[in-house]
Design a protein around this ligand. Structure first.
Ligand code: CA
Length: 693
């Protein structure tokens, strides 16, 4: 019932705002009988519960609540940091250093405690405030619970979570950034599902519902005295939000949220949030917002160095939006791993073997350098701040996955619980579990603040300690079987300021031990002169047993072509621009349809019994629905094929057959088959290889 009432009130307020007769809180002439209810003491929708207005008069928020502030020194600890921090020059005093701390209440319910840099147990929000964090971000989902009231996880974050976190942040002098996902669970570029309750609604109904929900949520915070500094209308909304997938609809919904923010917290900034600055799509997003007339203040971006392109690009795209549309810009989410290790038996997004960009070592210094450089990139764009994503999210501390799983399910303290399956079956339903970012927090597994937490302050003041080597890059050596081995004498050390130095190295193996090794990959350990261990990855490729593998003799021999369809040109050709390597390749062309069909093969002699790999390359065009494959024959019978394709000029495709088992006395034949039906079909074949495994 209350929901219906709220929606009704919201509809009235929306109408009145749209018609321009709404007053801001306390604005002259906006006096109403019902709307200005007594300040609420309980957290649930105070203003709307008290009485329903009987006219179309706008509703004012109640009197703001008051939260008693506790003094903290925002530069709590600056001495004794061993990490190198180059200051970001001329950083404004009010530059935002935010921290998303959405998971904290669920973690605390699960038994997590936090300790400051001196080891004293404290409210984690006090610890953050002491270390230069001045804004706390919290995600808000409409209804992250199933019909039995069991939470989906990820902190089960609702406006009640925002209320608790907001009160604690305000107490320690930090502003709150409310991040409305307008969904019942995680919203990101891949997922923008409408809340369950809004699913069947038309766009117009959704606008009203979203306006009412935003208004009611913010009034809850306002009535409690929470110092809201910014409100996000949507999370990583790359062209979709709340189930809508076209810009006019998305912007209408954002606008409904923005109107509610202006009505309740006129001093707060309205932010929009996108991901993938590397995509090149930000100018189009910013234009769509402008074309559809959105009233907003901050264009925010996620920036995860693993996936989101360079810092130069980040600066460029943010600066472009700031200069083109006069909007403020910032990074709303970033993070970096300080260790590759997991601490809660639930795998992490980033681990040692993640195939991602790794611009810094996974160390405390790497984490600090990443944060510092993102702040610099935002400063260079003329931006207003950086918010770190969930630097307080650590594991729940159990001794096994089973133990932790119970806590995740009970308190929603993992990223998703099994109960989320009904809403998000394909992701949460399959992969629910604990914390995927415990290695990117500013606290260790026991909740003790890491030295890197000092970076928020030190980025302002600098801490230019003596440079030291942080890590050493693994080296790589590629060889052909039987080749003389020369080990590298130096490796690259990454210094604490991110610079690189060439340093000498000693390996634990001799070249004479490596030379007899067969094809394969080997790892040799060593020590760099800076006292750090290092690895050498040795990749030994087998000798190419084909003759004339790249056609560089300028003769067909020993290749044999069989012109099956009467292809007009089928011959060896000299043209380096059309060759994959060298000057020569094999060429075909058919002006007539259905004539380009042929094989090109050779049968090497003197092979030892064993297992062999074959590969060959082709490129070309105008082939139509071509059938192309590499093949291997034993005694004339095809034993393996590998499908290939022919697309456009200079786009080479490799066909690879692995593990051809060859016995003494057999004849092995390897080659390529092409059947290209279109008139004008042409192509080039080059660089074949046969090697023993
Ligand atoms: Ca984990």
């Amino acid at each position: 019932m209350r929901k219906h009432l709220s929606l009704f009130l919201a509809a009235i307020l929306l109408l009145s705002l749209l018609s321009g007769c709404a007053g801001k809180p306390g604005a002259p002439g906006s006096e109403t009988a019902a709307g200005t209810a007594a300040p609420a003491t309980d957290s649930a929708a105070p203003a709307t519960d008290s009485a329903a207005p009987e006219t179309l008069s706008p509703i004012d928020p109640p009197e703001p609540g008051v939260i008693e502030r506790q003094d903290v020194a925002p530069t709590g600890k600056l001495e004794g940091c061993s990490l190198y921090v180059k200051p970001v020059e001329k950083l404004p005093v009010d530059f935002i250093f935010g921290m998303d701390a959405s998971q904290v209440p669920a973690l605390e319910a699960s038994g997590v405690k936090y300790y400051d840099l001196d080891g004293t147990e404290k409210d984690v929000f006090q610890i953050l405030a002491e270390n230069g964090v001045n804004m706390i971000r919290v995600r808000v989902w409409n209804d992250p619970f199933d019909a039995e009231g069991r939470g989906y996880g990820g902190g089960n974050c609702t406006v009640d979570t925002a209320l608790e976190i907001g009160q604690r942040a305000t107490k320690y002098g930090m502003k709150l950034l409310v991040d409305f996902h307008y969904s019942d669970f995680w919203a990101d570029p891949g997922k923008q599902m409408a809340p369950k309750a809004w699913k069947g609604m038309s766009l117009e109904e959704k606008e009203v519902a979203l306006f009412g929900y935003t208004w009611e949520s913010l009034v809850t915070l306002y009535a409690a005295g929470v110092d809201v500094g910014m409100v996000q209308v949507g999370n990583e909304t790359n062209g979709a939000m709340c189930g809508e997938k076209d810009w006019p609809s998305v912007v209408k919904l954002m606008a409904a949220g923005a109107r509610a923010v202006r009505a309740v917290y006129p001093e707060a900034k309205v932010a929009v949030h996108f991901a993938n600055p590397e995509s090149g799509a930000y100018p189009a997003y910013a234009k769509a917002l402008a074309d559809n007339g959105l009233d907003y203040d901050v264009f925010g971006s996620s920036y995860y160095p693993y996936w989101h392109g360079t810092l130069e690009n980040l600066t460029g795209v943010l600066k472009n939006v700031r200069e083109t549309y006069g909007k403020e810009v910032m990074v709303l989410e970033t993070s970096y791993a300080w260790t590759a290790e997991d601490s809660d038996f639930s795998g992490n997004t980033i681990s040692a073997d993640s195939a991602v960009e790794k611009p810094y070592p996974y160390s405390l210094q790497g984490q600090v350098n990443s944060l510092r450089n993102v702040a610099q990139a935002v400063q260079d764009a003329g931006g207003i701040g950086v918010c770190y994503w969930e630097g307080t999210w650590i594991g729940v501390g159990g001794a096994s996955r089973e133990e932790n799983q119970k806590l995740w399910e009970q308190y929603g303290s993992g990223w998703a619980s099994s109960y989320a399956a009904e809403y998000d079956p394909d992701d949460a339903g399959k992969w629910y579990g604990g914390c995927a970012v415990d290695n990117q927090a500013f606290f260790d597994a026991e909740g003790r603040a890491l030295e890197s937490l000092m970076a928020f302050n030190l980025i302002r003041y600098g801490n230019e300690t003596e440079l030291k080597a942080e890590s050493v890059e693994d080296a790589e050596l590629r060889l052909t079987e039987g080749e003389d081995v020369v080990l590298p004498q130096t490796v690259e050390a990454i210094m604490s300021d991110g610079s690189r130095q060439t340093v000498s190295v000693l390996w634990d193996a001799d070249p004479v031990e490596i030379k007899p090794l067969g094809p394969g990959s080997y790892t040799i350990s060593g020590h760099a002169e800076v006292g750090l261990p290092v690895k050498l990855n040795v990749i030994i490729e087998g000798v190419n047993l084909l003759e004339n593998p790249s056609f560089e003799t300028g003769a067909d021999d020993p290749w044999v072509a069989e012109n099956l369809g009467g292809c007009k040109e089928l011959k060896i050709e000299q043209k380096s621009g059309d060759s994959l390597s060298g000057d020569w390749h094999y060429h075909f062309w058919s002006p007539d349809a259905n004539k380009a069909e042929f094989t090109l093969e050779q049968s090497p002699e003197g092979l030892e019994p064993g297992s062999y790999d074959f590969s060959i390359h082709v490129m070309g065009g105008d082939c139509g629905a071509a059938e192309v494959y590499a093949y291997a024959k034993l005694d004339g019978e095809i034993v393996a094929t590998a499908d290939m394709e022919i697309t456009v000029w200079n786009e080479w495709h490799e066909g690879t057959i692995s593990g051809i088992e060859y016995k003494e006395g057999q004849t092995l034949t390897v080659g390529i088959y092409v059947k290209a039906p279109a008139a004008g079909a042409w192509g080039k074949i080059d660089d074949a290889s046969l090697s023993r495994r």
